[in-house]
Every structure is written in C-alpha cells, then in structure tokens.
Ligand binder design. Structure first.
Ligand code: ATP
Ligand code: MG
Length: 428
C-alpha cells in the first residue's frame, strides 16, 4: 500500500476527551474516528486489524466445529418480552418502533433470536449438539462510553451459542469453547487471565468465566493466586462470601498455599453456562430418543472483537506509539525512504516494495513528500513490526532495519533485510 494514497489522517495531538492511551493512539495514528459518543468509523488501518482479529477468531471457532451464521440487529420486541429481558435489560437496550408502530430493539446480544431459531428448526436429539456463532455489530446505550473502542455504544462482538441435550453435553461444549478462547487470545498476543465471574444481565444457572486482558486502566478488578491458576473477578469473589482479598493478606480459596493479589483487567471474553433459562421461556424444545419433548440446554460465549483492538494497544505501546503484535499488525513492514527527491533512495524503496509484495508480504511504503521528522513520527506511531529506513547509504545498497518491538536497529545489506523479512512474514 502506498501511503500517499492511504486514507489515514494522523493527528499531532489527541482530542482532549480521549482519556486512555489506546483511544488517543488509535485516533492519532489514523485507525478510527468518532462519529458520536461511543460510535466509531474504522478507517482502513483499523479495519485491516479488525479483519485479522476476526480471521483468527473464525479459524479457531471453525476448527472447534462451530458454524458461522448471521443474525439481524433489528429484533422484534415480542421475543424480548417472552424472555423477560424487555423489562429487565434497562436503558442500555435501544428500543424503536417501525412505521406500523411495532416495537423493535437493536440487539445488544442474541440469545433470544438464536434460541427461537434453533428451537423452531431442530426437532430431534439427532441434530444435537450444535454450536452457532456470528461476528456482528451490537448496540448498547452505555452510560459512560468514554474509552474509545473499549466501551462503545455500537461495537463488534463475536457471539456463539451452544445447544445440547443435557448438562453433561453443555459441560463439554463449555470446555471446548473455554479452550478455544485460550487459543484465540494466545494467537492475538494478549496477556490475559481467565477468571471466575458472575453472569450479569445474560443470566443463567451455571458457571461463568471472563477472559481478562491485564491492563492498569482496566475497569475490572481481579484477585489472582500467587501459587495456582485460581483467579476471580472481585465482584464474584465478594458475592461468594469471601472478604475482598487485599493485596497479599488473604490465602487462596483453591490451593490455600498461595496468597491473593489484585490485578486490573479489561473483559475481552465471557463464557456462560446458560442451562435452560432461555429455552424454557421461549419454549425451545427437541424430541429425545423416546420421543419426549425436552428443553435445549444452552451455553453462550462472547468476545469483544472491537474492544480487543484497544486492549492490545493498551498492552503494546510506548511513548512514541503503537507496537502491533505481528499476528494482527495492519501491515508487516513499513518502508520509509527518507528523501522523496533522492532518486536512488526512491528507486531502491520501490524495488524493495515490489519484491516484498510479490512474496506476499504486507508492505506500507511511505512515498509521501513529507519531512523526515514527520515520516519517522508517523511510522513509530502506526507501529508496524518492522521499519526499513532507506537513506543516504542506499547508493551502496544498505538500509536501516528497525524492529519496532525490541527497538533493535541495524544497518544491513538490502538483500539480507529482504530475506530476513521473508523468513519472518511470508505466508505459509
Ligand atoms: P462489561 O462488563 O464490560 O460491560 P458485559 O459483561 O456487559 O461487558 P457481555 O454481555 O459479556 O459484556 O458481552 C460479551 C463481550 O462483549 C464482553 O466480554 C466484552 O468483551 C464485549 N463488550 C461488552 N460491552 C461492550 C461495549 N460496550 N463495547 C465494546 N465491547 C463490549
Ligand atoms: Mg460479561
């Protein structure tokens, strides 16, 4: 991609209402723009990162045997009245009327729609278990949509729903999704913990876990054991009858050997054992092997896809900008010729660009007629894994290779750099 034509307006300063660093950096480096409070446009660089996150999620969900569907955002209010959530959900639920005066909602989540769907279409135990998922825009009229993509009023979620004949089936589906989430968050390069949690407005009868990306600005407080892998959302921990585990003063309820310490986290995923809460209210049943009608036993599994962008930036930045983990970087390599007026530099940059593109490497070339200072500042801020700076030594075939993450810099022969980059990023 040529930066001269890329629609990526950068800002020297972040708007004053952007409080957290990920929000500031995503705005400044031209990944997103705000349309209204909690409502954002993804610019080309932001959209590319989202695509990569989505792709990793799809690959792992498909590998687990889940099937992708697409459900509507606009949902008839009757379904929500049947589930009881039309009254319970509160002001976060966006309600509207169509031209005939019929009530609708904009889906904040899709338990109602998917339960009705599977209840209507699945009549036999032979068709179960099944896990359906979608990547879709959700609407929640959040009270304080302050932190950019961390808390949007319109945001992207991956939501999945499992349907089993009984609780032991649900245990298996839950375990499978739990493991799949571990794989997804590992591939995304997140530093995360799975914690015991509460079900919130989704409700349900069983266990739930949240996946927390660790970050100081996180809204959730977690207690984690120093010895075993026990961790819980502090809200859950307190409800379970434990006193709040102040740092270091409290023994672990699981292993009793370690002590608990507090961490801050951003909730990037949540898995629930719903049981029959929705199937009962919406009368979603199947015939068992004796022909008896039974309620579907459900689980639901969410990932905050757009929130992940912010969580990753919170965990991967320095004072100069973003440091994208290679798996989801919008491009792999930033080729930066210092002087656009220098023909030797431009020719070498162009040649490298063509070579890498042909090899399937994703390259951004800064072919803009800008001062070197502007180019360097933007390049650090955008934060691609590798920068290749092409300056005066281009005449001798040398370029500067900069690793954005380790900050290592080397002057290297251009062929060597190309072969290094190819080894690192060539698609399989
Ligand atoms: P929170 O406690 O942060 O409000 P939640 O528990 O209400 O989130 P869930 O209903 O569990 O959220 O939704 C599944 C996932 O969707 C969450 O784990 C989170 O990653 C993401 N998510 C929820 N609300 C938002 C939002 N307003 N903006 C962006 N992502 C969100
Ligand atoms: Mg949640």
């Amino acid at each position: 991609m040529r930066q001269s034509t890329l629609f990526s307006p950068t800002l020297r300063e972040a708007p004053s209402d952007a409080e957290v660093i990920s929000h500031q950096l995503l705005l400044r480096s031209g990944f997103i723009r705000q349309l209204a409070s909690g409502i954002y446009t993804y610019l080309p660089l932001g959209r590319r990162v989202l695509h990569k996150v989505e792709r990793i999620i799809r690959e792992e969900m498909d590998r687990a045997g889940a099937q992708e569907i697409g459900m509507p955002s606009m949902q008839p209010a009757e379904l929500w009245t049947e589930s009881g959530r039309y009254a319970d959900y509160g002001p976060e639920l966006i309600r509207l009327k169509d031209r005939h005066g019929r009530d609708f909602v904009l889906g904040p989540t899709h338990e109602e729609v998917v339960t009705a769907l599977v209840g209507n279409e699945t009549n036999s135990y032979r068709k179960l278990p099944i896990i359906l998922y979608q990547l879709q825009t959700k609407f929640r009229d959040e009270r304080r949509p302050r932190s950019g993509l961390l808390r949007g009023r319109e945001f992207l979620m991956k939501d999945a729903y499992s349907f089993d004949t009984d609780w032991s089936g649900l245990e298996k589906s839950y375990e499978l999704m739990y493991e799949t989430y571990q794989k997804i968050f590992r591939r995304l390069g997140l530093n995360f913990r799975a914690v015991e949690a509460d079900a919130g407005t989704i409700g349900g009868e069983g266990e739930t876990h949240e996946f927390m990306a660790l970050a100081d600005i996180g809204e959730d407080t977690i207690v984690a054991c120093t010895n075993c892998d026990y961790a819980a959302n502090v809200e859950h921990f307190v409800k379970e009858g434990e006193t709040v585990g102040l740092n270091g003063d409290h023994p672990c309820p699981r292993c009793a050997q370690g002590t608990l310490h507090e961490l801050k986290g951003i909730e990037v995923g949540h898995v629930f054992k719903l049981g029959t809460r929705y199937s009962e209210r919406l009368q979603a049943t199947f015939a068992d092997s004796c022909g008896i009608q039974k309620l579907l036993v459900m689980g639901c599994y969410g990932i905050g896809v757009s929130r992940i962008l912010s969580a990753i930036v919170e965990q991967n930045h320095d004072d100069k900008g973003i440091i994208w983990p290679p798996a989801i970087a919008p491009y792999h390599v930033h080729v930066v010729p210092i002087s656009t007026k220098d023909e030797v530099q431009m020719n070498l940059a162009e040649q490298v660009y063509q070579t890498l593109c042909k090899l399937g490497i994703e390259v951004l070339i800064d072919d803009r007629d800008e001062r070197p200072g502007v180019k360097f500042t933007d390049s650090e801020m955008i934060g691609l894994p590798v920068q290749m700076v092409i300056g005066k030594q281009a005449a001798e075939g040398y370029v500067e290779y900069k690793d954005r993450s380790s900050k290592e810099r080397k002057i290297m022969g251009v062929d060597e750099v190309v072969s290094d980059i190819t080894k690192r990023f060539k698609p399989n």
